[in-house]
Design a protein around this ligand. Structure first.
Ligand code: HBI
Ligand code: FE
Length: 296
């Protein structure tokens, strides 16, 4: 979902014509009252499945954040209620958008501590895979982490950095950092490896794959290394990068990426499954899953 260049506005999941037109900042009304019982039921299915799976798998910050938010099984959450709680904690709010928005619009929102969340929900036949971020991915996956001060600052810094990176023509490098942290990051907790990336936390199948499957590599996070690493947008990751604690993100939020961009400029990208001599490997993957996919 991070590589779409010119996203087409997603059609409203509700009755045709019921969505107000998106403004210059692409925000719309969530239209909470327009959700159908079927749409709330899809949320419930997804919510209950993930809530059973995540204790002991998602990091403490995710579980704690979720517990303090008005997010439950019965209904798609109301962004206004979420924003009230978030605002008090970390100064963030959630704004509704029709789907993927242009990069600079996305960055502008993040830089101002507004998280753009898709207001539509996936259809019952796409429970496990969809291309655009919907309300389940954005709210269930991202919003609990925004209750954590380190992630809150880090994602704001990403928005500010995105605007700079665009001007420098190095957005690809920065986008990989977002991908391997905010979306698909793992964190080493004293009691074990845990999920903090929203792309994993909102996916039933990838939650199990990322932590338990022998196929993917699990490698200690290294900024310059990650900047050079391609990622999969249409399948499970071949490599997950592991931070030592969420405070590592705070350090990332504070440093200037410019010297790193200069360092990696012109260097070839690494393929998603590659293990390099300098990697601090927590687990070398068997690569079996990716190999099987290639053979098909
Ligand atoms: N828009 N709604 C939404 N969500 C995203 O995660 C998103 C986006 N637009 C652009 C984008 N992500 C990425 O391409 C940037 O992070 C690079
Ligand atoms: Fe996301």
């Amino acid at each position: 979902m991070l590589t779409v260049e010119k996203p087409a506005p997603q059609k409203h999941g509700l009755a045709a014509g019921s969505a107000p037109p998106a403004g210059a900042d692409w925000t719309i009304d969530q239209g909470w009252k327009n959700y159908t019982p079927q749409e709330h039921a899809v949320w419930k299915t997804l919510f209950e499945r993930q809530s059973r799976l995540l204790p002991g798998r998602a990091c403490d910050a995710f579980i704690e954040g979720m517990g303090k938010l008005p997010i439950g099984a019965e209904q798609i959450p109301d962004f206004r209620a979420l924003s009230e709680v978030l605002m008090q904690r970390t100064g963030w709010s959630v704004v509704a958008v029709p789907g993927l928005v242009p990069d600079e619009v996305f960055f502008e929102h993040l830089a101002h501590r507004r998280f753009p969340a898709g207001h539509f929900i996936r259809k019952p036949h796409e429970l496990d895979y969809l291309e655009e971020p919907d309300v389940f991915h954005d709210v269930f996956g991202h919003v609990p982490m925004l209750m954590n001060p380190a992630i809150a600052d880090y994602i704001q810094a990403y928005g500010e950095g995105g605007l700079r990176a665009q001007k420098l023509g190095v957005l690809e490098h920065l986008a990989r950092v977002y991908w391997y942290t905010v979306e698909f990051g793992l964190v080493q907790q004293p009691d074990g490896l845990r999920i903090y990336g929203a792309g994993i936390a909102s996916s039933y199948t990838e939650t199990v794959f990322a932590l338990d499957d022998p196929s993917p590599n699990r490698i200690a996070f290294d900024l310059a290394r990650v900047m050079r690493t391609n990622y999969r947008i249409d399948d499970f990751q071949e490599t997950y990068f592991v931070i030592d604690g969420l405070s590592e993100l705070l350090e990332l939020a504070r440093i200037d990426f410019a010297p790193l961009y200069a360092q990696v400029a012109g260097q070839p990208a690494h393929e998603p499954g590659t293990v390099l001599p300098g990697d601090r490997l927590l687990a070398r993957g068997s690569g079996a899953y990716a190999a099987k996919k290639r053979g098909l």
